[in-house]
Write a protein that binds this ligand. Structure first.
Ligand code: FAD
Length: 317
């Protein structure tokens, strides 16, 4: 069976959930081979990858990979794809991996599909284009398909793979070493999940009314184990930090559940959230465009609806 290379996303030796999603998808396309680039590889990580179907685990953890951003990983994938005659390369649609994928596509003169939310038979991918305005089905027609898949778009399924480890040495070019990591700063992370990876996101917009009022959005998020997001109107007003902005000029999220409270549903906001599986809108204006997109809508004042929802969820726990 042809090999499908899956670039592993990992932090401090922990395999991120999106990688398990990619392995689940890869199994439908061929024999998944996980590619571990950088430091932190452990037997535990290997076991986790094998438990989700990785037949092979290629490990490249030289200093060249660890000390330089993006470009050496593209060279590693290009080398492996050629040596192993891979049938496709899957990466997560994260900022770093999308850049790696783009560089890989140039190196291999191959086609690339980004922001993919599903892959069907014949390597036909469903993906979101024009800043999220349109969903299309597309297939790479030139070279090796390189596919960047949005986190949370595939439910994880466990399946045993051999997980055979193979050490890989890659001759990183001088050009790829042009940018060097000088320091890594650990992001201050609260108890909430990372926005782009969260299975549930609760976002607030201008309707929230103030920075203080965002506490009701946070309480709802915490009752669901969700991440908090915000519209640009809310971040521009200084009510919530910019790194939590969802949309065309913010983060792209693709959770199982997206709750939009006091958000009108402007095209630039939709661009960052419309591939969410289920969308719930809370808005006092029944004509708000967000209701065209929402699976469930509540017409009402969010200052009443959101605390009531939080209370109800707490009762059911
Ligand atoms: P509004 O559009 O003002 O909507 C507020 C909503 O809250 C209304 O529907 C109102 O009925 C409702 N409401 C008010 N009070 C209550 C209440 N008490 N209870 C319930 N509902 C209430 N926007 C983004 O979000 N992300 C982006 O990345 C982004 N990028 C942009 C890039 C460009 C180049 C441009 C031009 C714009 C961008 N925007 C972006 C801005 C976007 O066009 C909208 O202005 C913005 O999304 C509006 O935010 P909002 O829905 O919170 O506010």
């Amino acid at each position: 069976m042809s090999e499908i290379l899956v670039l592993v996303e990992h932090v401090e030796g922990q395999v991120k959930k999106v990688t398990l999603e990619l392995l689940t998808l890869a199994r439908k396309l061929g024999a998944p081979s996980a590619v571990w680039a950088g430091p932190g590889y452990t037997a535990e990580a290997q076991a986790r990858l094998a438990e989700h179907g990785a037949e092979k685990v290629y490990v490249a953890d030289s200093a060249d990979i660890a000390d330089h951003v993006v470009a050496p990983k593209a060279e590693l994938l290009a080398q492996l794809a050629t040596e192993k005659s891979a049938a496709a390369v899957l990466v997560a649609a994260t900022a770093e991996a999308k850049e790696i994928a783009a560089r890989l596509a140039i190196k291999l003169d191959a086609g690339i599909l980004t922001d993919v939310v599903g892959i069907q038979d014949g390597m036909v991918a469903e993906h979101s284009i024009f800043g999220g305005g349109v969903n299309v089905r597309a297939r790479v027609t030139k070279g090796l398909p390189i596919i960047a898949v949005r986190p949370n778009s595939t439910p994880v399924e466990a399946a045993a793979g051999a997980g055979a480890e193979e050490r890989v040495s890659v001759a990183v070019s001088d050009a790829a070493k042009a940018v060097r990591v000088v320091e890594r700063v650990k992001e201050e992370k609260g108890a909430r999940p990372e926005l782009t990876e969260a299975a549930i996101v609760v976002s607030g917009g201008r309707g929230v009314g103030s920075a203080e009022n965002f506490s009701i959005i946070e309480k709802l998020a915490d009752s669901l184990g969700a991440a908090v997001g915000a519209s640009r109107a809310a971040t521009d007003a200084g009510w919530y930090p910019h790194q939590f902005q969802v949309g065309q000029t913010g983060k792209t999220v693709s959770p199982q559940l997206y709750i939009a409270a006091g958000i009108s549903g402007a095209i630039q906001h939709r661009a960052g959230m419309q591939t969410a599986k289920t969308i719930v809108a809370i808005n006092k204006d029944p004509e708000a465009p967000i209701f065209e997109l929402a699976d469930f809508g509540v017409v009402g004042d969010l200052h009443q609806v959101v605390p009531q929802l939080t209370e109800e969820i707490a009762k059911r726990k």
